[in-house]
Ligand binder design. Structure first.
Ligand code: NAP
Length: 341
């Protein structure tokens, strides 16, 4: 089986994104040549942090849009490996089929078309999600593994989980006839340092909301958490280890939102961090004004503790998860360092 060799060039799609920026940083640190696609390489708000990375002289930024068939053909040329991380990372949209599902699925198809045409690629690592694994119709006592698929998401109930599920299925369909290796990484809620303001729009917004007083009380949500640096490392291990195969759940441990607040409070006493839990009925009221939340989502997720089996990530990729307290505090410290609080 194939794997990264010194001198290989790696394409990272959506390179300016929160997780992809850490993947690019670790690939550069390891000495590789990296080509990253972004929608607009001239948008300094999204690319300045990449150009400032150690090793950025080995980084090339090129334009490509998931929704434009053919856009990835040129970027993939001359690359030996691809990390496909770009996707529409949002829970709600006015047109969820077009703006979430189609971006993920048609985008994945477009990236694989380009890979097939290039004939230079030996390994593809796709950033999927536990959203493609956790079927929230299942009983909370169920322990999810890489065998599971989210089969209950619909475009109306859960467009983002549906988009990740269908995009990953598309990748596995392409893998059946491919002469390159395909590996998928399925992270839980990703936290850890942000490089720039736009990264707060992704998962770190959970902690940003807690620190900026958005919640006077902590909603009774439990999150399975993983550090962004561990997620980036998993992608690189998947590229490097020829024996790495199939799907990999990346999740350290679960924490209630109240517990996240408790970790933050001692180091950030000047912030209005909630001390008490929000009654569930009040959360349904919040959902009337917060477009990211629906009542259906709350019914399936408030007060629910999900079980995830992360043993494959440790055994097959050698991941040693960072302590979750470090993950939470480093995220908040990065907000302060970047002037985002
Ligand atoms: P992010 O910061 O929003 O990154 C997503 C990237 O996708 C952005 O760089 C964005 O580019 C790009 N993108 C969106 N639409 C595009 C389009 N039409 N054409 C080209 N690029 C497009 O989110 P992230 O958290 O890093 O997510 C990265 C990957 O991890 C995604 O596949 C996501 O589903 C997956 N994931 C994330 C989490 C999490 O907790 N964050 C958990 C599990 C899985 P622009 O900057 O131009 O918008």
């Amino acid at each position: 089986m194939s794997a990264l060799r010194p001198g290989d060039r790696i394409l990272v799609t959506g390179g300016s994104g929160y997780i992809a920026s850490h993947i690019v940083a670790q690939l550069l640190e390891a000495g590789f040549e990296v080509r990253a696609t972004v929608r607009n390489p001239d948008d300094a708000t999204k690319t300045a942090h990449l150009r400032a990375l150690d090793g950025a002289e080995r980084l090339e930024l090129v334009a490509a849009d998931l929704m434009k068939p053919g856009d990835f053909h040129e970027p993939v040329q001359g690359c030996q490996a691809v990390v496909h991380a770009a996707s529409s990372v949002r829970l709600r949209a006015d047109d969820p089929q077009r703006d979430i599902v189609d971006v993920a699925v048609d985008g994945t198809r477009n990236v694989f078309d380009a890979i097939d045409a290039a004939q230079s690629v030996h390994t593809v690592v796709l950033t999927s999600s536990i959203a493609a694994i956790i079927d929230d119709a299942k009983d909370p006592s169920y322990r999810f593994t890489e065998e599971d698929w989210n089969d209950s998401a619909t475009v109306h109930s859960a467009p983002y989980p549906l988009s990740k599920s269908l995009a990953e299925r598309e990748a596995w369909k392409r893998a059946e006839t491919a002469d390159y290796r395909v590996v998928t990484i399925s992270p839980a809620l990703v936290l850890g340092p942000v490089f720039t303001k736009t990264h707060i729009r992704s998962s770190p917004n959970v902690l940003h909301d807690l620190l900026s007083g958005k919640f006077p009380l902590a909603p009774r949500f439990r999150f399975s958490i993983v550090d962004v640096r561990d997620v980036a490392r998993a992608h690189i291990e998947a590229l490097r280890r020829p024996e790495a195969q199939g799907r990999h759940i990346l999740s350290n441990r679960g924490m209630w939102m109240r517990e996240l607040a408790e970790v933050l409070r001692p180091e950030f006493p000047q912030h209005k961090i909630p001390r008490f839990q929000m009654p569930n009925f009040a959360m349904y009221g919040v959902a009337l004004f917060d477009k990211r939340l629906s009542w259906d989502f709350l019914r399936r997720n408030l007060d629910v503790q999900r079980q995830l089996d992360n043993s494959k990530s440790k055994q097959a990729l050698g991941i040693e998860y960072r302590p979750v307290h470090e993950t939470i505090l480093d995220t908040a410290r990065s907000f302060v360092e970047r002037g985002l609080l």
